[in-house]
Design a protein around this ligand. Structure first.
Ligand code: TRP
Length: 454
């Protein structure tokens, strides 16, 4: 990896890592998973997963990356030469690829919605559906994602934009884009939150989101919440190992991990506070309205009640597109860093080599919401299979392997050194984090995964 591949400023480093974490996972996947898993019960388990597993695993990834100073595979090789641990980095890269196949498709949807908000088409009444009817936006969404060309073309456009930013490299591309755009996303979400509170059934929505029914906490809820927390924090597949290698020697890893995780969780909760009042007020509780299309239905409904829907809608979808892009970029970066480092490729070549096959795979993923929907893998469409299989199985597995590595097999003082910056930093969380990674994380992840199988 080139020596200058480093985040320049502390803020830039946090913005880029938050940029990776905050994405469609928070805005699109989180509310859909919450609705599918019993509302507030899911939120509660999710928060526990972030605090208990997410933060320690994130620290583990940062540490491996910064100690190994290389990509996900090479870092393991440098830290434990002659062993097979690098395979864990390799699995991560494969998993990243699977995620990209559906992530790029949903990022494409956001671009289409942005375009339609700009032109005002999104808010034009559709023939045969009464204005103000719930069917307005959900019909539109179903028809759109099921069609052949538009979602596919927007997916390709997304891939090309990502490629362009990635070619520019770490500082000029990733860091600069995240610095400006992530703060804006927060501001607009807060404004939308205030608007959502004025909806007729705001109180019911908040109750659904915040007051848990403990009987709904089942093993499946644990698996989904664990998967969602890893997905949302970008864990378990080497992304943050790669980002960790761009951190400076004096970066305080613990502060960074806690800041990033809390901001990420905060965004997800804000989105819930916006969406569930909307879900209740517009009669979208029915599962048929939920799932993948929730955000694309509820948000337009809310904008439609606001002054100048097109303005808000455009602003929101710009930011959602950006959140999606900064995350897609971070997922692609895992493979690109590996190709650049290992095969000594130019960044541009590596970028297009990684992205070209994705054009085909994500097209298949897009079509599986329409004409290929009868083709099922374990009962899921290709799109849903990539989503569920990665988040609920591969990512926790990746995190499990990593924590076993850190707890038991990594060079003895590696983790302690990284958490205290070689002893120069007092860190009272260092020991508890190491304990968690050694005992609690591996055992609990195993228990959760195994119980879900039965
Ligand atoms: N965390 C991102 C989101 O919430 C998605 C993402 C980016 C990701 N990088 C990742 C998920 C690495 C898993 C692994 O949208």
């Amino acid at each position: 990896m080139a020596e200058n591949s480093e985040f320049k400023s502390k803020i830039g480093l946090i913005a880029a890592t938050v940029g990776s974490a905050v994405g469609l996972g928070n805005v699109w996947r989180f509310p859909a998973e919450t609705q599918a898993n019993g509302g507030a019960a899911f939120l509660l388990v999710y928060v526990v997963c972030v605090l208990l597993f997410g933060i320690p695993v994130m620290l583990g990834e940062f540490a491996i990356g910064r100690a190994g100073r290389s990509d996900a595979i090479e870092s393991y090789r440098k830290l434990s030469p002659g062993t097979g641990w690098w395979i864990s980095g390799f699995l991560g890269i494969l998993c990243a690829y699977l995620i990209l196949t559906f992530y790029m498709v949903v990022s494409g949807w956001t671009l289409e919605y942005l375009f339609q908000s700009l032109t005002g088409e999104l808010y034009a009444p559709i023939a045969g559906v009464a204005e103000g009817s719930n069917l307005q936006f959900s019909d539109r969404m179903q028809e759109y994602i099921g069609s052949v060309w538009p979602p596919m073309i927007w997916t390709w456009i997304t891939i090309i934009i990502c490629g362009a930013v990635l070619c520019m490299g770490v500082q000029k591309g990733i860091e600069r884009a995240s610095n400006i755009l992530m703060p804006l996303l927060f501001v607009i979400l807060v404004i939308l939150c205030i608007t959502a509170m004025t909806l007729p059934k705001a109180a019911e929505g908040l109750e659904y989101f915040f007051s848990p029914d403990f009987s709904k906490i089942t093993p499946e809820v644990w698996v989904s919440a664990l998967g969602q927390s890893f997905f949302s924090l970008s864990l378990g597949m080497g992304t943050l190992i790669t980002y960790g290698s761009y951190f400076k020697k004096d970066t305080n890893l613990t502060n960074t991990a806690v800041t990033v995780s809390l901001l990420d969780m905060f965004v997800a909760i804000l989105v819930g506070v916006i969406i569930f009042p909307g879900v209740m007020s517009f009669g979208l509780e029915d599962e048929n309205f939920g799932g993948s299309s929730l955000v694309f239905v509820t948000f337009p409904e809310i904008f439609n009640m606001m002054w100048c829907p097109r303005l808000w809608s455009t602003l929101f979808f710009i930011l959602l597109a950006v959140a999606a892009l900064t995350s897609s970029i971070s997922i692609s970066e895992v493979s690109i860093a590996y190709f650049c480092g290992h095969f000594k490729m130019k960044r541009t070549t590596a970028t297009w080599l990684v992205l070209a096959p994705l054009m085909v795979l994500s097209s298949v993923s897009s079509l599986s919401n329409g004409i290929l929907s009868d083709w099922k893998i374990f009962g899921y469409t290709f799109f849903d299979a990539c989503d569920q299989f990665t988040a609920n199985l591969l990512m926790p597995l990746g995190a499990l392997i990593m924590s076993v590595y850190i707890g038991w097999f990594a060079p003895k003082h590696m983790m302690m050194d990284q958490l205290t910056n070689g002893g120069t930093l007092r860190n009272r969380f260092a020991r508890p984090v190491i304990f968690l990674l050694k005992w609690v994380t591996p055992i609990l992840i195993t228990v959760i995964l195994v119980t879900s199988l039965f």
